[in-house]
Design a protein around this ligand. Structure first.
Ligand SMILES: *[C@@H]1O[C@H](CO)[C@@H](O)[C@H](O)[C@H]1NC(C)=O
Length: 375
């Protein structure tokens, strides 16, 4: 399935606790990338792993949210150990890197450093940005973006308000790992283990993870804020588990967003707001697609096909396993109408719920689960 809407959820702004949207192609929702970090380009010692070029500090079209550059320069974010054990990997190649983070250079905790979009996509957008200003392809990205009306508005604003960057207000509770900050084209977030590492988990843990995953999809589909978020593709590396057992979306690059309130007027407004920020990845010629082309069942079908079978197969005794298998098959059947898929997923959730146990392995809901069966 091809991405239809090109908005990717990029980061949570601490303080604002707001969900930021990064445009890869403008579609039927009105949002734009926030990039308010005017004084982000300090001198970098070339001996650092994260040199200026690697972080793409001069590029700036992803330097959004809170700057965490200082921590890189003070070497309070490191991944040298990991790097030393993977000498074969070119530094520029991966979408994300494991690293260690410290506030006092004594105690370290694992974090993840990820690109907003792939290096290749960045290169395409760089070329577009330079071309938009009729400059050669090695132009200063930051200089071009700073000259845009949109960036000037951000620089003049005391606060980023929703009309300036269209962010998700009050994003607390969105199922994304804690965002610590960004620098250049990378953002730093708390570290999670990818879901596929749990395929061999014991039944109660598998039930817990599958249940959480279904809940996450439910919250993306219907929430108080009237956004409909959906996956354009799904695999097990896109979901991650914190060491307290809590499941998150660790890779939001395939997440599309529809603002249900804005609906169709949004497409018109989006067209009016079009500038180089809107054209970074797919180009300005890309046609706006209709919000109605994304069925409600989309993410569920993908997850029931690609992730849940591996997590839940052969784990439970008869007849529970058979019931699970039947519902999984129904939920993963793309030709079923929305209500059928949604009903199968809901029945699956009801079966999984009591299969979860209440013990300290699930610290994200323990000990609450001892006293309240809501958890
Ligand atoms: C983080 O630190 C631990 C302990 O020093 C080390 O074993 C690990 O390899 C480090 N991780 C990275 C990504 O460098």
């Amino acid at each position: 399935m091809e991405p239809r809407l090109g908005i990717e959820v990029a980061a949570l702004l601490p303080g604002w606790l707001s969900l930021l949207l990064w445009f890869s192609a403008l579609s039927c929702s009105v949002s734009s990338p926030a990039s308010l970090s005017p004084s982000l380009v300090p001198q970098v010692r070339t001996s650092n792993n994260f040199g200026r070029a690697f972080l793409s500090l001069d590029k700036c079209n992803a330097c959004i949210g809170t700057s965490i550059c200082k921590k890189f320069f003070k070497e309070e974010i490191r991944f040298d150990n990991w790097l030393a054990s993977h000498p074969e990997l070119p530094l520029d190649y991966l979408p994300s890197y494991p690293a260690n983070y410290s506030d006092d250079s004594k105690t370290w905790r694992p974090v993840e450093i990820s690109r907003l979009v792939s290096k290749h996509q960045n290169e395409i957008s760089d070329r577009r940005i330079c071309a938009s200003a009729a400059l050669p392809k090695t132009c200063s990205i930051e200089r071009v973006l700073r000259k845009t009306v949109r960036f000037q508005k951000w620089l003049q604003a005391k606060r980023l308000t929703p009309d300036l960057v269209q962010i998700f207000p009050g994003a607390e509770g969105w199922p994304l790992p804690k965002y610590l900050g960004s620098c250049g084209r990378f953002l730093v977030s708390t570290s999670t283990s990818p879901l596929h590492e749990f395929y061999g988990a014991p039944p109660d843990q598998a039930a817990d993870l599958a249940y959480q995953l279904l809940r996450v999809l439910e919250s993306l589909r219907s929430n108080d804020l009237n956004y409909f978020l959906y996956f354009t593709r799904v695999d097990a590396t896109m979901f991650g588990i914190l060491n307290n057992g809590h499941l998150f979306i660790r890779d939001a690059s395939a997440l599309g967003v529809i603002d249900k309130q804005e609906g169709s007027q949004a497409a018109t407004r989006a067209r009016e707001n079009k500038d180089i920020f809107s054209c970074l990845v797919t180009g300005c010629q890309a046609e706006l697609s209709s919000c109605d082309t994304i069925p409600e069942k989309q993410s569920l079908v993908l997850v029931c096909q690609q992730v849940l079978p591996q997590l839940l197969q052969g784990k439970f005794s008869s007849p529970v396993q058979e019931q699970i298998d039947v519902l999984l098959a129904k939920c993963g059947e793309g030709v079923q109408p929305d209500p059928e898929v949604l009903r199968a997923a809901s029945q699956l959730k009801d079966i999984l719920r009591p299969l979860r146990t209440c013990d300290p392995r699930f610290a994200y809901r323990y000990p609450d689960c001892k006293y309240n069966d809501k958890f």
